[in-house]
Design a protein around this ligand. Sequence first.
Ligand code: ADP
Ligand code: MG
Length: 912
Amino acid sequence: LPQASPALRPCVPGLMHHRQVQRALRALTIPLERLHIMKGHMMQAMRRGLGRHTHSQATLKMLPTYICATPDGTEKGDFLVVELRQSQVRTLLVTLSGDGNLNPQMMYKTFEMPEDIMKGEGEALFDFIAQCLSQFLANTDRSPEHIPLGFVFPFSCRQTQLNKAELISWSKGFSCRDVEGKDVVQLLQTAINKQELSHVEVVALMNDTVGTMMTCSTEGRPCEVALVADKGSNCCFMAEAHLVETTEETSGRMCINTEWGRFGDDGILNDILTPYDECVDEESFRPGQKRFEKMVGSLYLGEITRHVLIALAAEKALFTGSSVAVLKEKGVLKTHQVLEIINVEEGMAVTKSALEALGLQANERDCSRVQQICRAVVSRAATLYATGLSAVLSYMCQTRDMDQLLVNVGVDGELYQGHTRFEEILQSVTKLLAPECVATLLPSTDGSGRGAAMVTAVAVRLEAQRRQVAELLAPLRLNHDDLVQVQALMRQEMELGLGQETHANASVRMLPTYVCHTPDGTELGEFLALDLGGTNFRVLVVKVTDEGIRMASEIYVIPTAIMQGTGEALFDHIIDCIMDFQEKQDLMTHTLPLGFTFSFPCQQVGLDKALLLTWTKGFSASGCVGQDVVQLLREAAERKHHAGLKVVALVNDTVGTMMSCGYEDPKCEIGLIVGTGTNACYMEEMRNVGTVEGDEGRMCINMEWGAFGDNGCLDHIFTSFDRVVDDQTINPGKQRFEKLISGMYLGEIVRHILLAMADKELLFHGNPSPKLYTKDIFKTKFLSTIELNGLALRQIRQILQDLELNASFEDSVLMREVCHTVSMRAAQLCAAGMAAVVEKMRENRGLDKLSVTVGVDGTLYKLHPNFSNCLQKTLQDLAPNCTVTFMPSEDGSGKGAALVAAVACRKTSPGQ
Ligand code: ADP
Ligand code: MG
């Protein structure tokens, strides 16, 4: 066999073992595709950790911290921090001046802790901490005024509030008795009080990770992620609160402590673990646990390197000829040495001396191989950090429904600070794995000290803000007794409205409609219908057949000039629209019975005779009030020479709604509208209707409940906001109940509250956009969007942008609370009114239990996410003996008007 040429044959002994070195380096290198997969697993683990049902089994604990905001720079005042460390207690006094937190003034002192305290009685530990505080404060000359304190307690806790946390178990060499399972905030406060320091209030407890996040916000870009790359490894970030199913909080965000060191404990990292990792794990305190941390924590990088060296030496790829027995000893190679070896310019020299210090004889080749290995170990750690970070960033971006996430990431720990190689890899790999996120990594300074003070300051700021907000909103919050009283007042006004003598002065007019029967399903025929008084003016043709109801309709515009011009012009316009419609529908030659839905308060004297009492909802056409509306329509028809018009019924929209639902459900004997305005009608006993002759049977009563309170009986529940809104309407002092409930006003109420909050600097940094001062700019439909569960952030941002509001995310949380308060009050008041109605019907009929259906129409009722739920819940509470079903009507005003006409053609009403 020919000899291989010397050039091809590895004749240098070192090169012969080049392969082993390469193999080790390859094992420590994770391919990009694998990192992508790992990122996916990490996100999955995060979701499991946050899920209500998956949490207990999850590897990532995703602990809620109850920290719900990051600093905004306005934090001000003195804050104390006490930090429990390994064998030390550190105390700090931080003074923030409200200037953006740029240069806080700090004083601190570290106290050594006697070892027996760490393993002694719990009480002794907390007494010691309190004594440290007392001694520290004595040296600050600070007068004994109230001062908030943040407690940095880096142990595993079950936290249920920012200042309530039960210790789950000690670690890090601590084992004090009688502390596990107890609230450590309470224990510390008790010890503090014993030192006669009761002016010191423990307001926040936190892990050391979260403080890191608090020191890295910059102008316009909050820091919402923190990495700790130290002995251990951890990450926290601001998660959408509604996704944190382990807490009750649903609004805004909350800082989540991922405890990601445990990632991989379920075996998901097994295929990237090297034999060296296995050795490190076997020799560790708790084998099988914290697998991720053991690949990246600085407690382990030296160890991983040591095991690579052992393996390569055994394969004769390193240190040939010298004894490597020294490497067998755990901990001889320190992480800081590994970092020095890769970091310094003259790494060779450092490597050589480091190895020699261990008693290892290293030639130049050994040194260069050791260097390569150190680099690989550190690079892998940085790559894994980047993978975890990219999972967190992508998760944030996804759950916030954003295309791009701009965020600062605070980083702390010995691996990061000053180690450019680690930094560079972390930066570039994160970008590669989460390209949709622009993360600026910033070194955190003293997260557990200054950061803890920030947490405390933010907590204090939020608490003060919450108190002020609660005070401002308190008048809008009605309790059960308030509602019972409103119900009783409504009942009283109903009686007054029905009584012959009292009717004229009642705020609830209880107008007879001359509709005495709900449909029975046998109605037939073809009808015209008009719908005036809603958002749109419409003309319809309705065909009622055995198979059901078919309709065609057309929307017409009524220009404001006509709404507020003369009555003649208004009714002429209406006839024009009818004629146009009949032409389009090819109905010019037909004379069809017409039902006219006219949603304004009328004194009805017959089914087709109704005197307009007053305009509402922005109408003010002259010469109409006091006139018979049907007659006005007929006169206009004459003027326009339209002969084929046969008006048989004038119908209020509430009645139309009741009738259209009644066609489907015979139990439907109530109609309710919650749209632009609000109103209700129901079937009352004729014997109770003092304003119409006759005692037999029933008649539908159009309550006109929107005017409830116009006589002053609700004055005690009106707030200053309601009064301002009322003042700026075209009918001040009128329709007071409606102005608390309906779509035309809720947005305005919210707008005035927002302005008041901005004025108190509770919102928008005290500077609302000029636009917010514009009447009606805040639409009631915004309430629906903003209140939607899980903050539909993209839409909310759109609303805020349209209003030119520069709202922080905390602002939007507050806005949500305002909207919720206003819409809940509306729904509750509506329920109180409805409770009066159903209870009266039940009593009328002498029943213990009443089962009844309400036909409902109105966009606010139909589209608001919580209104109908709250209405029904409150009603059940206020009228427990009534089972009330709500049935949304489909085009009640159109269909209903036709059905009234149909029922009228079928039967003759009494009282005429
Ligand atoms: P009308 O009562 O005039 O017949 P609607 O029932 O359609 O008309 O109600 C219109 C009112 O509904 C508007 O005043 C508006 O404030 C309100 N509105 C419109 N969209 C929404 C929405 N998405 N959520 C809540 N309210 C809405
Ligand atoms: Mg309507």
